[in-house]
Design a binder for this molecule. Structure first.
Ligand code: CA
Length: 243
C-alpha cells in the first residue's frame, strides 16, 4: 500500500480520484491548494510515496509547488495533471521537477497505470519513502554506468562525480539513459521528445535545451564548454564518454 497526496482544488475531481485510489488499495489524502500541499510535505514532513499535482490551482499553481518541493530537497515522485495536451505546459512541468504528466481529461485506468508505474520505479531505486518496500526491490533494475570518473546510477537515480552527488528526477534519468544508449551518435531534439518523453505534437524542440543545461551541470567540469555532452549544430546532441 502506498500513500498518495492529491493536490486538486475541484473537490468532485479530488474526491473521485481519492475514491479510486482507495479502491486500488492505496491510501490517499487531499490538499485543496498548493499552500496546503507544501504545508503537509515540507512543514509537517508527512511521508507520501507519490503526488498527483494539478497544474490549475488557486494561488500557487502546480509548477510553483513542484519547484518549491524540489528546491527544498523533497524528491517524492510527482505526476502532474495538465489542463490539456499542451506540450509547453508539459515541458514546463518537467522543468519544475515533475516526473510524469497526464493531460486532462484522462481515463482513470491510465491514471492508475501511471501512478503504479511511478511507484514501481521508486521501489526499484530503493527510495520507497513511506512504505519501506525496498526489501522487495528488483535488483536487476539497479544499473550503473561509469565513464571518466563519473558514475551514473540509474537505479539510485543519481549522478556521482568525485565526492559530489546529484539527485535526478525520473525524466532526467530517462534522458541520460537514452543519451548513454546512443553514445557516440548524434541525437536529434525531436527524437528525444518522442522517444524519451512520448511527446508527438508540435513542440518547440528548444525546450529540450534546459534539460541538457542541467545535465551538463551534473557531469561536466566546465558546463559552458562541455566535453561529454556535446551540441551537434543543426541536429541536437551527442554523448561522448571519452572525448
Ligand atoms: Ca484544478
Amino acid at each position: 500500500m502506498s500513500r498518495i497526496l492529491i493536490v486538486e482544488d475541484e473537490q468532485h475531481i479530488a474526491d473521485g480520484l481519492r475514491y479510486n485510489l482507495l479502491a486500488e488499495g492505496h491510501e490517499a489524502s487531499i490538499a485543496p491548494d498548493g499552500e496546503a500541499a507544501l504545508q503537509l510535505l515540507l512543514t509537517e514532513r508527512q511521508p507520501f510515496d507519490a503526488i498527483l499535482l494539478d497544474v490549475m490551482l488557486p494561488g500557487k499553481d502546480g509548477f510553483a509547488v513542484a519547484s518549491e518541493l524540489r528546491a527544498a530537497g523533497q524528491y517524492v515522485p510527482i505526476l502532474m495533471l495538465t489542463a490539456r495536451a499542451n506540450a509547453e505546459d508539459v515541458l514546463r512541468g518537467f522543468e519544475a521537477g515533475a516526473d510524469d504528466y497526464l493531460p486532462k481529461p484522462f481515463e482513470l485506468s491510465i491514471l492508475i497505470a501511471r501512478i503504479n508505474g511511478l511507484l514501481r520505479r521508486l521501489r526499484w531505486g530503493g527510495r520507497d519513502t513511506a512504505s519501506g518496500g525496498s526489501a522487495s526491490a528488483d535488483i536487476s533494475a539497479r544499473d550503473v554506468y561509469a565513464f571518466a570518473g563519473r558514475t551514473l546510477d540509474f537505479g539510485a537515480m543519481e549522478v556521482r562525480v568525485r565526492d559530489q552527488s546529484h539527485r535526478l528526477t525520473v525524466m532526467e534519468c530517462d534522458l541520460l539513459r537514452y543519451l548513454v544508449k546512443k553514445a557516440g551518435q548524434p541525437v536529434s531534439r525531436r527524437s528525444i521528445l518522442q522517444e524519451v518523453w512520448g511527446l508527438h505534437e508540435g513542440v518547440d524542440t528548444r525546450a529540450i535545451d534546459n534539460f541538457i543545461v542541467r545535465l551538463r551541470r551534473y557531469i561536466e567540469d566546465r558546463p559552458a564548454s562541455p566535453r561529454f555532452l556535446q551540441t551537434v549544430r543543426g541536429v541536437g546532441y551527442r554523448f561522448v564518454p571519452e572525448p
